[in-house]
Design a binder for this molecule. Structure first.
Ligand code: TPP
Ligand code: MG
Length: 464
């Protein structure tokens, strides 16, 4: 483990990992006493991931936890009583008893977006939060987590691609705990490092030991700093292990014994204690003090939660649908002058020419444009530069499509275009073909080429 942090930072990380584990231990007891009404998931052995990554965020930053990120909530400032009450569906809980697990957030103060059960959906949502923050000039970073299983959803790819193309200040922590329910990671992803998925979106990534809290923190801090400085989204794969089953109901007998033994010997709290003791940052006395502090805090928090009432029965029918202002006022919170963030100042002029897309092989064997606007010749560049900002360069979408279609046989089509219309489009485009150009001009086809589809008549003849 590296030694660059301050004494206080080391001790904070230790405290939050111990608190994370103690909160979950207490919830297991409550579950066995039948006081927890919803599903109970565990992050046993994964505390370094939630704590180390969330600790890299600033107060103004945003996070959205998944089921194994209670540690991140604690670091962000959620009191343990809220977590207990939420799982016990108590009236004083953040959702007033309407949810039995961890579906709650705090948009006003702590900047926490509620978990979304559909795996991966938080990625585009948090990308949106990140972009909104940038739009408002807040210099925030948004962070969320996804499992190895969740990284195979469609929305993971859509979301990360969107974040990448928008250069969103967004950090995604991919928690590779080796299992998704009973499916080992090797049976659902054919690559060794899930961090490699970042290559598909052209974004940077890291692969880090998820049981080493200092490594997780330093990596997350670097990623958060880079994202905040405008480098765009970053993916961090943390390699760790889900020590218990998917939830309380799952004994996880499918996990090989040797695998479990390997990871149990690498318990993140144990590893960190060894490091802190070696660095003389922790001794038996300070360890005991930490334990007592947590015990005292949690017994008070649990008592509060246990004493909180269940919601009144009639509350079940309230707050189901938003009824407008008598439910809650939806008022935009402008943090910059309205004029600065509304069009025309905030709008961006449409771009019709995109350079640098290269070219591909055409059907005739030669080089052909593969994207509208990508094959400017030198003299044409000058020409189109003159036409820049002129309305004449604006080509309606339907026409642009036809231009691409017509590009296969430029010379013929160009001859059919009325000269007035042709003058309106940049010279590099073969022609501004009429909308029905495809129907009028037959595509260039070698006479000897066999028809792709056998006409029904000859098919019958051939007895097929
Ligand atoms: C889109 C979607 N598919 C399936 C599920 C059901 N489901 C919930 S958790 C889970 C396993 C998730 O595994 P992983 O992403 O590796 O996270 P872990 O449980 O290991 O933290 C599944 C399949 C879901 N919630 N959303
Ligand atoms: Mg997993």
């Amino acid at each position: 483990m590296n030694k660059e942090l301050t004494r206080q930072q080391y001790l904070d990380l230790y405290y939050f990992m111990r608190l994370n584990r103690a909160v979950e231990d207490m919830m297991v007891k409550l579950f066995r006493q039948n006081k927890i009404v919803g599903g109970l998931y565990s992050s046993l052995g994964q505390e370094a991931v939630s704590v180390g990554s969330a600790y890299a965020l600033e107060k103004k930053d945003w996070l959205a936890p998944m089921i194994r990120n209670i540690g991140a909530l604690l670091v962000k400032g959620v009191p343990p009583r809220d977590i207990f009450m939420q799982h016990m569906a108590k009236y004083d809980s953040p959702t007033k008893g309407k949810d039995g697990t961890s579906h709650f957030g705090d948009l006003e103060n702590l900047h926490i977006v509620s978990p979304i059960s559909m795996l991966g959906d938080l990625i585009p949502v948090m990308t949106g939060v990140a972009i909104a923050g940038r739009y408002l000039g807040q210099k925030i970073v948004a962070m969320t987590w996804i499992g190895d299983g969740g990284s195979s959803t469609g929305v993971f790819h859509e979301g990360l691609n969107f974040a990448a193309v928008q250069k969103a200040p967004f950090v995604l922590v991919l928690e590779n705990n080796q299992w998704a329910y009973s499916t080992p990671v090797k049976r659902q992803v054919p690559i060794e490092n899930l961090a490699d998925r970042a290559k598909a979106y052209g974004i940077p990534s890291y692969s880090v030991d998820g049981n080493d809290v200092v490594a997780v923190y330093t990596t997350a801090k670097e990623a958060v700093d880079r994202a905040r400085n405008g480098e765009g989204p970053i993916l961090i794969e943390v390699k760790t292990f889900r020590r218990l089953g998917h939830a309380q109901h799952d004994p996880a007998e499918y996990v090989p014994k040797e695998m479990r033994a390997y990871w149990e010997a690498r318990d993140p709290i144990l590893l960190f204690e060894r490091f802190l003791t070696g660095q003389k940052l922790l001794d038996d006395k300070s360890k005991k003090e930490t334990e007592e502090k947590i015990e005292e805090l949690l017994s008070a928090e649990r008592d509060f939660a246990e004493n909180s009432p269940m919601p009144p029965a009639e509350f079940a029918e309230q707050g189901v649908y938003c009824t407008g202002d008598d439910c809650h006022k939806v008022v935009p919170k402008w943090q910059r002058p309205i004029a600065e963030v509304t069009p025309p100042k905030s709008s961006v002029a449409a771009v019709w020419t995109v350079q640098g897309f290269g070219s591909g092989k055409g059907s005739g064997g030669g080089s052909a444009p593969i994207h509208f606007g990508d094959t400017l010749k030198l003299e044409e560049k000058t020409e189109s530069a003159t036409a820049k900002n002129s309305k004449d360069t604006e080509v309606p979408e339907a026409v642009a499509e036809n231009i691409e279609a017509a590009a296969v046989k430029p010379a013929k089509v160009a001859a059919k275009v009325p000269s007035k219309t042709a003058a309106k489009i940049p010279a590099r485009i073969p022609a501004k073909a009429p909308v029905n150009a495809r129907a009028k001009s037959k595509p260039a086809q070698k006479k000897s080429a066999k028809p792709a589809i056998v006409p029904a008549k000859s098919a019958r003849k051939a007895g097929r």
